[in-house]
Design a binder for this molecule. Structure first.
Ligand code: TYD
Length: 224
């Protein structure tokens, strides 16, 4: 039993390029925190709610042709606003720990930098649509950009072959190397601007090594 259950919970986000192993690391951290007796909610964006998962399908399916960058950004935020209302805020109000695979930093990196919509538009929308909700900690998994993207491409090819859902999640993987370089630059700029929130974790080692780094960070920064 954890004391002080009436206290607001903690919001932790995982960020990084496609194929950095975010989801694996999120699962591993969730297991450790649960074993220590915490209520943990694992979730992701775009998605995390029924409505959000429908939006995710539109956003990631490579059959979605000609989506404008602004429409793409608006859909990311539509999914997020629903996710905050339905999942994140209620869990934090219960005192839970929310581990979220991607959040607004993804929109700033991918749409702001990758699609060149700029940081200010993203940050303004975040204020209006997300009540400016900020994670206590953001774990930015950093690795070689080209390697990450080729890993993500392989995984998605494999997943769409075995998929019975009738859609793939390849739309972003089709982007150019220049796009992912801009996304990577975006992430580094965010980390530089907000060093108190964003911790860069080297993800080039084994999953076990990366997990150790993350667990240590969470212990230190969040006293969990
Ligand atoms: P995700 O499922 O986390 O992909 P991966 O496991 O390959 O990292 O995210 C799906 C894609 O959506 C990913 O290419 C990044 C993109 N994305 C944005 O462009 N903007 C956003 O705001 C979010 C949340 C994701």
């Amino acid at each position: 039993m954890i004391p002080q259950m009436s206290r607001r919970g903690k919001f932790v986000t995982f960020e990084g390029l496609d194929g950095t192993g975010k989801s694996t690391q999120l699962r591993k951290l969730a297991a450790v925190l649960r074993a220590a007796g915490h209520e943990v909610v694992e979730t992701r964006e775009p998605g995390g709610t029924l409505t959000g998962e429908k939006i995710r399908k539109v956003l990631l399916d490579s059959g979605t042709a000609g989506l404008s960058p602004l429409a793409e950004m608006a859909l990311m935020f539509a999914s997020r606003a629903q996710h905050i209302a339905e999942v994140i805020e209620p869990a934090l109000a219960r005192g839970g720990i929310v581990l979220c695979d991607r959040f607004t930093d993804s929109t700033e990196a991918y749409q702001g930098y990758g699609r060149r919509l700029g940081s200010e538009a993203v940050r303004e929308l975040h204020r209006v649509l997300c009540g400016n909700l900020q994670p206590e900690l953001t774990i930015l998994l950093d690795s070689d950009a080209a390697l990450c993207v080729s890993r993500a491409r392989q995984r998605n090819k494999r997943d769409s072959k075995s998929s019975t859902r009738g859609h793939d999640e390849n739309r972003f993987e089709q982007e150019t190397r220049a796009f992912f370089t801009r996304v990577h630059d975006g992430y580094l700029a965010i980390a530089k601007r907000e060093p108190g929130r964003v911790a860069i974790v080297d993800a080039r080692g084994t999953p076990g090594q990366t997990h150790e780094r993350i667990a240590e960070l969470v212990r230190k920064k969040m006293r969990l």
